[in-house]
Design a protein around this ligand. Sequence first.
Ligand code: PMP
Length: 449
Amino acid sequence: MTNRVVSDRDLSVLWHPCTQMKDHETFPIIPIKKGSGVWLEDFEGNRYLDAISSWWVNLFGHSNPAINAAIKEQLDTLEHVILAGFTHEAAVSLAEKLVEITPRGLSRCFYADNGSSAVEVALKMSFHYWRNLGQTQKTKFITLENSYHGETLGALAVGNVALYKETYGPLLMDVITVPGPDCYYREPGESWENYCIRRFSLMEAILERHADTTCAVIVEPLVQCAGNMRMYDPVYLKLLREACNKYNVHLIADEIAVGFGRTGSLFACEQAAITPDFICLSKGLTGGYLPLSAVLTTDQVYQAFYDDYQKLTAFLHSHSYTGNALACRASLATIAIFQQQNIIEKNKKLAEAMAKAAARFSEHPQVAEVRQTGMILAIELVKNKQTREPYPWQERRGLRVYQYALSKGVLLRPLGNVIYFMPPYVVTEDEIWLIADVAWAGIQLAVQD
Ligand code: PMP
């Protein structure tokens, strides 16, 4: 089997996600035969360092022996069972574990099978909670500019990245979109904290005006990942939690991308010492192995649904693969690695190495900003460093970096003109330097005209 054979077969039957398929008339698709640690290998032995953790899901490497073993063991016992009326040990253990490790006060775990579905669950649960309490006027959601929460219609509606949303606008529910705390736009010399405090007044004003009709505010804590890895200070979450309490509105924390250590703490909300009313988890939840998501919520929310069947207050949302046993087992093995190997502490060193390896990018004439939160580092390419005028998107500069990096054995997949490093936690310091060197050379090439 060669790369060519697999890619020809692929391109005659597959339709790939987030892809203009015509691009593959010019760019080859990369068929991967196997993976080990941070490395992926194609059918001809070429290796690629997975610097973006395969869309931010992989935490402890491909074919991780401990996770493999856990899945294999589960496979010989039970692969899957309906989770309505039935349960299994892996689903129970994982729910117990998630209640233990997520912010205090989240005591109920509802499973779904991908990130977007978790967001749908949280939105519906919040709306339904208020309805069960007789507050049927609460039908709206507040979201931040530049947010991303997935691509099913409800999740897309509460997102704000035009590239994904605009086309489907006529299909989407109305939401209230608030200018966000994205620190890229702070004044020169202004701290992230001060900027976020200043920007919060916009949220406060909207909450004050719309609280009566609003179910929840939904945010991606600390990093808006799909929105070009834009970052903000924990103080914004702290203020938001206080305001949501004051105005009687739920807070939904979408930690699908930032959960499980990405921002430097196990969950991003910890850095603001807050407990949201709902936390959405997926991606790293299974170490990047299998589709699974979970929404954790409070006893207060749970109790609002708990009544005699005839009252019709139950949450009847369901997905066939809810709480899949193999996925739950992969997740338990993943969480065990965090605990056994003190990963959050170890990642501090890796994050420092990322900062060091990327330090020189700040001086680059086409780089407006290098920003970092924990294990996420982003480099913003611009046409004009002084004015921050972006490159026209049509020029696809980021794509040039992508192609160059692949030719050097590194998988970087820029978001527009933002190059970012989001490697699995088993990456070594040498590999971090390799990623940075390749990104540097790729940028040199991409900014030539
Ligand atoms: N929320 C956030 C913050 C995400 O980053 C993503 C995926 N990129 C999603 C939701 C959607 O998850 P999924 O792709 O599994 O539907």
